[in-house]
Design a protein around this ligand. Sequence first.
Ligand SMILES: Cc1ncc(COP(=O)(O)O)c(C=O)c1O
Length: 423
Amino acid sequence: MIQINKNITALKESATLKINQEVKQLRNIGKEVFHFGFGQSPFPIHQSIVKALTDNATCNHYLPTNGLPALKNSISLFLSKHQNITYDADSIFIGPGSKEFLYQIILLLEGVFLIPQASWVSYLPQILSKGAKHQIIPTAFKNNYKLEAQSLKKYCEIHKQVQKTLILNSPNNPTGAVYNDDELKAIANVCKAYQVIVLSDEIYSQINFTNNCAPSIAKYYPENTLVFGGLSKVFSAGGYRLGFVAIPKSLDELYNPLQALISETFSSVSAPIQYAAVKAFNFDKDVKNYVTDSTVILKGIAKYIYDELTENNIICTKPQGAFYMLIDFENYRKALSNLKINNASDLTTYLLANHNIALLPGSDFYFNEETLTCRLATVDFDGEKVYCAFKMSPIIDAEFIKQHTPNIYKGLIVLNTFLNHLK
Ligand SMILES: Cc1ncc(COP(=O)(O)O)c(C=O)c1O
């Protein structure tokens, strides 16, 4: 028997990637599946970014460990122009996805990690994999499951001595919620008072349904906020695997250890991808308009889903950005228990097995096992076709959904029919 690090053997495969594999397998054997389980951008990569990639396909040399200078520059400008935050080029590091950088920064920081309830599935496994301590901070539906400054303060007040790192994500996966400036200011004030380090996961920043970008806590607490972003969501290029972390000068103690870690692990991100990313982050008018149109489409589809489900007595978080919402079947608890469904895991297993509907249970996002809360992803459609249809006629109504996002349309009918039978 070989000995394996127990922190790692205790982990299970990422729930989001697992459900995607399961759905792929079902589709491969010819099953029609309504895939509300996985949040990948459905839109094609803008062709100018693809061109920059192919133009640079012959670049076969290693780039500097912390990234291509031109890319660090263009991200720095992008952050100031399109995310309203200031980070110099030399405070930006380039890595193979923001997920990898979240992991490396978690590895570097000592102390306890604070995760608001209703956060992304991978934060906790990353923390557990190094055997670190964590605390889930409770949140409430009435606030769209956003962290409230008071709840953070309550924890900080009784844990003054230990170094604390808060992981904050807006626009949020799994709720679709976006923090407003006042909420961020209030959280920043608590963080300032208790010297909390903030890992601000802004991977969905421009996929915000009200303004061009979601507000960042870095505006109110620049000295202790690390910002994470990348190509995966805004630029529809998850498979390119490129992300960044911006670390303020006031935390420059992190620069050398991070650079050492990069040099001893992935060395540097693929050179052609970095050149393509320069094009993306330059955010020329055509790329910017494409992101804006895609976001309007996502907003229209999320609104349709929200309206359909709330009409049928499902409690939903209000989608304000990203690709998700939380949906709660609590109003059907009694009827569901007759089917021996008593929690969200039972429910998601039942819905996939019996109605080909893929959702994820809220327990993957730090909810109690007993709740009937599930995460719904809103992106099971052909982005290219939907984008063309939208350019011809930009009204996203029931007819548009029926015609251009048939999986979503049908999936909701199947789900609502199931619920109507329960009544
Ligand atoms: C909230 C959140 N953060 C980070 C990531 C990771 O993104 P990347 O592809 O840059 O690793 C995801 C991807 O699903 C996400 O939803």
